[in-house]
Design a protein around this ligand. Sequence first.
Ligand SMILES: [Zn+2]
Ligand SMILES: [Zn+2]
Length: 350
Amino acid sequence: MLALRAVGWAQPPVLQDVPEPRPGEGEVLLEVLAAGVCQSDLHVLDAPEGVLPYVLPCTLGHEVAGRVVALGPGVAGPDLGAEVLVHGPVGCGGCPACAVGEDNHCRRRAELRSAGIGLGRDGGMAELVVVPARALVGLRGLDPVAAVGLTDAGLTSYAALEATLPELREGTTAVVVGVGGLGHLAVQVLRALTDAQVIAVDSRVAGRELATASGAHAALEPDGWAEQVQERMAGAGAELVLDVVGSQSTLDSALRVVATGGQLTVVGSGDGALALTKGQQLVQGLRVALPFWGSRRQLERVVELAVAGVLHVDHEFHPLSDGPAVLERLRRGEVSGRAVLVPDREAPAC
Ligand SMILES: [Zn+2]
Ligand SMILES: [Zn+2]
């Protein structure tokens, strides 16, 4: 079968013909219906040797929607033919975090040499993929291509916001920095579940337009955004800054904006660094969170929000064989929302 693979560190991805996988104990085989393309894929491909603990070569694709086509030994369900999303951060399955579906915080991550599907173990940019049966969440009638972005872009945004949502009452402000796949869903979550004023920041015109279409009250250019937010808030600052970029300049600006007692949540894997020194520049009561992906329960909640019509993944789709070119478009900032790869058998003929 065809698979898009990371074959070596700091090397471009390669389309390869690989053997069809078989499900082992506790696993199922999925026919892939859709696989999302994420900045993290570039992060993996660009990494120099020794930075990430993953085993290569590895098929990319950590956002996966598929149809169940075979069950491994010891697996009783779901029914063959069921359409599902995959909870991607597959952990050891046995630690206290994995036992409650929080594989994203697996205590034995370092030993696994994988952060999940498509990140150290073979992912969904292929015609077939094997995943643990416990990672499946039903699609509930959602279109797989439209919904696949819920599994990371949607889940990561929601999980990063969940704890802060009750604090974002009328009169508060939330800022989302970076409005791509994750950021536009974060804006939608904030608008649907809070009364906060939502301000988005993005360097691209398309990103600012997507922010506004997703419900942001304002969409600002990066130049001087911290000062503009302070002006709007009469110096009171923002209760939440969600930084989906994580560069030095976005982190520095975020710290100038976050309110006393407020929260800075960093999701982006840019190369910025935060110096946490007490009693100097940082506001009193500042909370900093570095969430990673989300739990299985949170993915179920995200699917529920999509079924209710609250979350819509802005997306475009391409045949799997165009994967390398799509990744390059993402690198150049030319993808609006989420790009989705569809195995060539499913893609419409041009
Ligand atoms: Zn991702
Ligand atoms: Zn675990």
